[in-house]
Design a binder for this molecule. Structure first.
Ligand SMILES: Nc1ncnc2c1ncn2[C@@H]1O[C@H](COP(=O)(O)OP(=O)(O)OP(=O)(O)O)[C@@H](O)[C@H]1O
Ligand SMILES: [Mg+2]
Length: 267
């Protein structure tokens, strides 16, 4: 069976729970070198822990390793060295099949290019994402309809992606990512292809999902996006150069770095 079956119990703990929140993602001294002439060191020793309920932005210039970090966190790729634990499981110890199970049950992806099946109904785009979690068709469609309702597209279940706006497409992609109630949602520049107003509504949606208990890690270039997050991780040249709590919850206890003047604009 899938390795996901052995995951620790009680992972969907909201931010307000009494116990210390468990870690849904842990990277320990992770190194990623892409082979080639010359090899590319994309991550040069990255350690990062994300607890259940966090809303975290990963920032950094192009080429600093953000997407690589997300791919490793989502078990789409393996580290050259170091440890990646997703939902408590060390990915190095899992077979490819178990990894597929872990991805299906624990990780939701949202990409800049929405990657929807254009010819398929919105409902089935979302329901198909649950195939590998082993649910039956009726259950998949129920979960898909619920997720689409959650993102404000309950009235578009039968539409094809081609009939939707960019913001609506990204909502479908987000519904697809959250339909299986994953431990963590990884979003790679989710507003990168959207105009500012549409991007802002997508951020509202991510913040709402987070308030309802979904753990979210979002890569962005956008200071405005960063300003809506609770924690900012900055990367440069394959390393994490700062990791700061921000926003209303942290404002009373945390001081901001000197280069973070753009944050909090949207508050
Ligand atoms: N599949 C690959 N093979 C070889 N090198 C790669 C591969 N993917 C990424 N790289 C290199 O690894 C480094 C980090 O890339 P990555 O895509 O993680 O950056 P990024 O921070 O997401 O950048 P951007 O903001 O442009 O999306 C870059 O130097 C890139 O050229
Ligand atoms: Mg990238």
């Amino acid at each position: 069976m899938s390795g996901a079956a052995t995951r620790p119990a009680g992972r969907h703990q909201g931010p307000g729970a009494n116990k210390a929140p468990e870690l849904v993602l842990e990277l320990e001294r992770v190194i990623k070198i892409y082979p080639g002439q010359p090899p590319v060191p994309a991550l040069r020793g990255v350690s990062l822990s994300v607890a259940a309920g966090e809303l975290l932005a990963v920032l950094g210039p192009s080429g600093s390793g953000k997407t690589t970090l997300l791919h490793l966190a989502g078990t789409l790729d393996k580290p050259t060295a170091g440890t990646v634990r997703v939902d408590g499981l060390d990915v190095r110890k899992l077979s490819d099949r178990q990894l597929a199970g872990l991805r299906a049950s624990s990780v939701g992806f949202v990409f800049q290019q929405f990657f929807l099946a254009e010819h398929q109904r919105v409902l089935d785009n979302v329901a198909d994402a649950l195939l590998y979690a082993g649910a039956r068709l009726a259950e998949r469609r129920d979960a898909a309809a619920n997720a689409l309702q959650l993102v404000g597209l309950g009235h578009k279940l039968g539409a094809r992606p081609i009939q939707l706006s960019g913001g609506e497409r990204q909502r479908v992609a987000i519904a697809r990512a959250v339909a299986g109630q994953p431990a963590i949602v990884l979003a790679d520049e989710p507003t990168g292809n959207l105009d500012q107003a549409t991007g802002s509504s997508i951020l509202d949606l991510l913040a709402e999902l987070n308030a309802a208990g979904t753990t979210i890690v979002a890569v962005t270039h956008d200071q405005l996006v960063a300003g809506r997050m609770r924690r900012l991780v900055r990367m440069l040249d394959g390393r994490i150069i700062s990791d700061t709590a921000v926003g209303p919850a942290a404002a009373a206890t945390e001081s901001r770095g000197p280069d973070e003047s753009g944050e909090g604009l949207a508050e």
